[in-house]
Design a protein around this ligand. Structure first.
Ligand SMILES: Cc1cc2nc3c(=O)[nH]c(=O)nc-3n(C[C@H](O)[C@H](O)[C@H](O)COP(=O)(O)O)c2cc1C
Length: 384
């Protein structure tokens, strides 16, 4: 269980902080809060105390202990310090080395890599060169900055400066808390969802893939600090806004986008359900009912076989087989020349919970597991 110290400075979006704290507590984090004096004009101490379940800190010289000063105690307790919202003023203090309230004092003693700032302010303040230079300076020193969103601001202006969605802040905390290094310097491409092939202008061939497995894998990779791109067809599960994503319709488009995005060291995890067949002469207009009897299915392009392999470290495929047919999965692993195949049962489509087997080309030891797709995503990453 991680300890998150939240610093609230005096910006209008401080009213969103209680919702963020609720999310973190639900996710099993311990939360303590420090506020600046001006933050209390925007959110009450009582709300923050009730929601976090801990007393709120704000005075530097309250009950000063000679053996263990409060700011050092808080730094020792915290796995990271998130300042949300981080005001123009507080950012200026941190960049200038000023520590004249409890929040800036705690930040001064915190490891920069464990410091996360979520700036939020009016667009003119955001575009001010002094602020931008302060942020650049902090970034260079290892401080994590969450870019604000653009849109309609509380001050009625439109532009950059809005506090980003709390889902993005939550994901950034997970990324910062991650201490694993093994996912760095590798680019990950994850495919998800079901592709679609035209029958005619109105009808399509598709499948019932929800995209959940690929999305879970991409999320876990993001939390582990990886550079991840999700290339997806139709999905019924939302794609988190913090993930880089590209929508593709057909198998051919999926192959094109994969090949275009392969970097120097890439691992590809193919969790998408790609149509095995397409229509020979897909109709330009709507086929008449009678004509539909005569449409011809032809084999679709094999995406995995046509991936450019030059800079690929590994390809992980999925095999969805009736009755967990292991023989068929192993045959697919060899035929497609891939490193690892995840065998799962047809009942897995669209469900939250499933059974899998991890089969590797260079290792006869087969791993069997049953659990949620989130648990499975973590297990798969441990094995690649
Ligand atoms: C109504 C009002 C709203 C404000 N909203 C913001 C804001 O969203 N972002 C910001 O950086 N400053 C904002 N300010 C200015 C800060 O409150 C001010 O700079 C204050 O000194 C910040 O102190 P602190 O950084 O110690 O909390 C606002 C001021 C007022 C009067």
């Amino acid at each position: 269980m991680n300890n998150i110290l939240i610093g609230v400075s005096g910006g209008i979006s401080a009213y969103k902080v209680p919702s963020l704290i609720r999310l973190l507590i639900k996710d099993d984090y311990n939360v303590k809060v420090i506020v600046t004096e001006d933050a209390l004009k925007f959110v009450t101490k009582e709300t923050l105390e009730i929601i976090s379940g801990n007393r709120v800190y704000f005075k530097m010289f309250d009950n000063v202990s000679v053996t263990s000063p409060k700011h050092i105690e808080l730094v020792g307790w915290a796995d990271c310090l998130l300042i949300v919202p981080a005001t123009y003023n507080t950012i200026g203090k941190l960049a200038g080395g000023i520590a004249n309230n409890l929040l800036s004092l705690v930040a001064s003693a915190m490891d920069n890599n464990k410091l996360i700032l979520a700036p939020s302010m009016n667009v003119n303040m955001w575009e001010n060169k002094i602020l931008q230079s302060n942020l650049n300076k902090l970034k260079k020193m290892g401080v994590n900055i969450i870019e604000p969103d653009s849109g309609f601001l509380a001050c009625k202006d439109t532009g950059k400066g809005r506090l980003p969605d709390i889902e993005i802040i939550h994901a950034t905390i997970k990324r910062v808390l991650n201490t694993e290094k093994r996912f760095e310097n590798i680019q990950y491409i994850v495919t998800a969802g079901g592709t679609e092939e035209d029958i005619d202008k109105v009808r399509v061939i598709s499948n019932r893939s929800s995209g959940r497995m690929g999305i879970e894998i991409a999320k876990q990779l993001y939390f582990k600090g990886a550079d991840v791109l999700i290339i997806h067809g139709n999905v019924s599960v939302g794609i988190p806004i913090y993930l880089k994503s590209v929508y593709v319709k057909s198998a051919e488009m999926m192959l094109e986008v994969i090949n275009k995005n392969i970097g120097n060291n890439t691992i590809i995890i193919m969790a998408a359900a790609i149509s095995d067949f397409k229509i020979k002469n897909a109709g330009k207009e709507k086929y008449h009912k009678k004509e539909l009897r005569h449409i011809e299915f032809i084999e679709n392009i094999d995406v995995i076989k046509n991936i450019k392999r030059d800079n690929i470290l590994k390809i992980v495929g999925f095999a969805l087989e009736n009755g967990m047919d292991r023989k068929s999965a192993i045959e697919k692993l060899k035929r497609k020349n891939i490193d690892t195949i995840i065998l799962n049962d047809v009942s897995s489509i669209g469900s939250e919970h499933t059974k899998i087997e991890i089969i590797k080309r260079k290792d006869n030891n087969i791993i069997e597991f049953e659990g949620t797709k989130q648990e499975i995503a973590k297990l798969i990453l441990d094995h690649i």
